[in-house]
Design a protein around this ligand. Structure first.
Ligand SMILES: NC(=O)c1ccc[n+]([C@@H]2O[C@H](COP(=O)([O-])OP(=O)(O)OC[C@H]3O[C@@H](n4cnc5c(N)ncnc54)[C@H](OP(=O)(O)O)[C@@H]3O)[C@@H](O)[C@H]2O)c1
Length: 205
C-alpha cells in the first residue's frame, strides 16, 4: 500500500519503519525537509518531501504530529486528502495537578472527502519497532475507531501486515474513548501500576 506520513519524529519512524519492513511504500513528509530526509533514510522509505507531498502520495495517511498541531496540519494539506484514509494516532494529553488529562479530543471530523480513523495511539512508539509484537503467544491487538467501511479495510490490512490483530471498536464517535484509555493507562504506568492486569479474561469472571 502507498502510505504518506505527516511528521518526522518518533511515531513516524517507528510505524513508518514497520510498514517499510512489511513491504509498503512509505513517504515521509515534514515541515523541515532535512528531518524528513533523515527519517526516510533511517527507515528505508520510498521517499520524502513536504507534508503536502506525503498527503498526496498516500492511499493511507498517518498524522504523527502533536495533538495540538493536528488541525493546522490537516488544514494545510486538506486539498490532498480527498479519498484518503487519514489515521490520527495522537493523544491530546496534558499533565495537571489531577494527573494526566485530556486537553481536548483531537480527531478532526470534517476533512472533506477523507475517511478518518483513530488508531495506534495506545502503545509507546518502541512497540512498533518490534518485529513483530507478540506477547505470551498473542498478537498485539490494535483497537481503532472509524466510520467508513473502506477505511476499516485499509486499517485492517495495515495492522495485519505488521503482525498485529486489528479490532474495530466502533465509529469515530467513540474515538475519544481510545484517547481516554491512553490517558488512564499512561497515568497508571507512571504511577507504577500495571493496567493490563486490570482486565482479566471474561472466562475468569
Ligand atoms: N511517542 C509515542 O510513544 C507515542 C505513542 C502514541 C501516540 N503518540 C502520538 O503521536 C504523535 C507524535 O508523537 P511523536 O512521539 O512522534 O512526536 P515527535 O517525535 O516529537 O515528532 C513530532 C513531529 O511533529 C512535527 N510537528 C510539530 N509541530 C508541528 C506543526 N505545527 N506543523 C507540522 N509539523 C509539526 C515535528 O516537526 P519538527 O521536528 O519540525 O518540530 C515532528 O516531525 C503525538 O500526537 C503523540 O501524542 C506518540
Amino acid at each position: 500500500m502507498r502510505i504518506g506520513i505527516l511528521g518526522t519524529g518518533n511515531m513516524a519512524a517507528a510505524l513508518g519503519g514497520a510498514w517499510v519492513d512489511a513491504a509498503h511504500e512509505v513517504v515521509i513528509g515534514g515541515r523541515d525537509p532535512a528531518k524528513a530526509a533523515a527519517t526516510a533514510a533511517r527507515i528505508g522509505a520510498a521517499g520524502h518531501g513536504t507534508l503536502a507531498d506525503a498527503a498526496g502520495f498516500g492511499e493511507a495517511v498517518l498524522v504523527a504530529v502533536p495533538a495540538g498541531a493536528v488541525a493546522e496540519v490537516i488544514a494545510d494539506v486538506a486539498g490532498q486528502l480527498a479519498g484518503r484514509t487519514v489515521i490520527d494516532c495522537t493523544n491530546p494529553l496534558q499533565p495537571t495537578a489531577d494527573g494526566l488529562m485530556l486537553a481536548t479530543t483531537s480527531i478532526t471530523r470534517s476533512v472533506p472527502g477523507a475517511h478518518l480513523v483513530k488508531a495506534f495511539n495506545l502503545c509507546h512508539e518502541s512497540i512498533w519497532r518490534q518485529r513483530w509484537p507478540v506477547y505470551e503467544g498473542q498478537r498485539l491487538v490494535v483497537p481503532f475507531c472509524a466510520d467508513d467501511a473502506g477505511a476499516v479495510a485499509v486499517v485492517d490490512a495495515l495492522v495485519t501486515s505488521i503482525g498485529c490483530a486489528p479490532a474495530h471498536c466502533g465509529g469515530l464517535v467513540r474515538a475519544g474513548y481510545l484517547e481516554a484509555t491512553a490517558a488512564l493507562a499512561i497515568g497508571m504506568w507512571f504511577a507504577g501500576a500495571e493496567p493490563r492486569w486490570a482486565f482479566p479474561a471474561p472466562a475468569e469472571a
